[in-house]
Design a protein around this ligand. Structure first.
Ligand SMILES: C[S@@+](CC[C@H](N)C(=O)[O-])C[C@H]1O[C@@H](n2cnc3c(N)ncnc32)[C@H](O)[C@@H]1O
Length: 297
């Protein structure tokens, strides 16, 4: 069996490292460790006086990231930086990081390939599993609770808002009629039978995206992080964010634009940076990645 680490490829790796401009002895935060692909790149450049603080609210991801970074630090020996890992949501960053103390911050939003590919996590309609979708498996309602306990109207609204699904009312009606819903395959079938087939998308794609964003409060998390970031970074420090769909990217774009108007950010990416054809070929999930970077003024 392939090891998760071997399967996982960090997106836009070179671009992230270019924009972060990691300097030896600096302090950096990776808000979304995942399988620590980007974090490993940072750790390798920090030197013994440097520090990486990493967040992931998924306990399984945190364990894997810890193991990977421990082996990198072992390899680096006396050149290994200090590494502190925190198993909490990145919206709580200000509780863990002192104001004005950070040289660079990275956030690679969304789910990892490990979460997505693991049927028991319930993120994918391509494999049958329980309807969970929580990144933090220790708390919060599961997608199953949301689809079974939310009113038809509320369900339609959240599928519209977070999935940008125009047929949200039809989808919500089909779900409510088919309750109880307990598995990803059952939900995918219900949605597929309610809406006509689409050319390039599985008909359940948008509904699954909506539920995932709602269950994990992903957009509120991003807003809270982008609000906290300016006060945590030193002057000239860099912020790099990668988003995977338009709702995430819009929040980053607006926040950078407002920050630039207020003299908080110098935006380094007039347009978002996307993956090369070669990277998309190697790693099809990089197709929708958009990187934006800014420098603290
Ligand atoms: C796309 S993956 C990151 C991959 C990582 N850059 C790498 O190189 O392996 C996103 C990770 O961030 C975590 N995550 C997403 N939103 C989070 C949040 N609000 N707080 C903490 N961790 C979060 C997820 O659990 C997932 O493991």
């Amino acid at each position: 069996m392939t090891q998760p680490q071997a399967r996982h490829v960090p997106v836009l790796f070179e671009e992230v490292m270019d924009f972060l401009r990691v300097r030896r002895g600096g302090r950096y935060v990776d808000c979304t460790l995942g399988l620590a692909g980007h974090a490993e790149g940072i750790v390798r450049q920090l030197g013994s006086a440097g520090k990486l603080i990493g967040f992931d609210r998924d306990p399984e991801a945190l364990d894997l990231a810890r193991a990977r970074l421990a082996s990198v630090c072992q390899e680096l020996g006396s050149q290994a930086p200090q590494v502190t890992l925190i198993g909490e949501a990145f919206s709580r960053i200000a509780e863990h990081v002192r104001p004005g103390s950070i040289d660079g911050l990275l956030s690679d939003f969304g789910v990892s390939s490990l979460q997505f590919d693991e049927a028991r996590r319930g993120f994918s309609f391509q494999a049958d599993g329980p309807l969970d979708m929580r990144m933090d498996t220790r708390s919060g309602p599961t997608a199953e609770q949301v689809v079974n306990e939310t009113s038809e109207r509320e369900l339609a609204n959240l599928i519209y808002e977070y999935g940008e699904e125009r047929r949200s009312r039809t989808v919500a009606r089909a779900i409510v009629r088919g309750r109880p819903v307990t598995s990803t395959a059952q939900l995918a079938r219900m949605v597929a039978s309610a809406v006509p087939p689409m050319k390039h998308l599985h008909p359940a794609t948008r509904t699954f995206q909506a539920l995932r964003i709602f269950v994990n409060q992903e957009l509120n998390e991003i807003r809270a992080l982008l609000e906290a970031a300016p006060s945590l970074l030193k002057p000239s420090a860099r912020l790099v964010v990668i988003s995977f769909h338009s709702l995430e990217d819009r929040i980053a774009k607006d926040s950078f634009r407002e920050g630039a108007q207020q003299g908080v950010w110098k935006v380094l990416t007039r347009k978002p940076v996307t993956a090369s054809e070669e990277e998309i070929h190697r790693n099809p999930r990089s197709r929708s990645a958009k990187l934006r970077a800014a420098e603290r003024q």
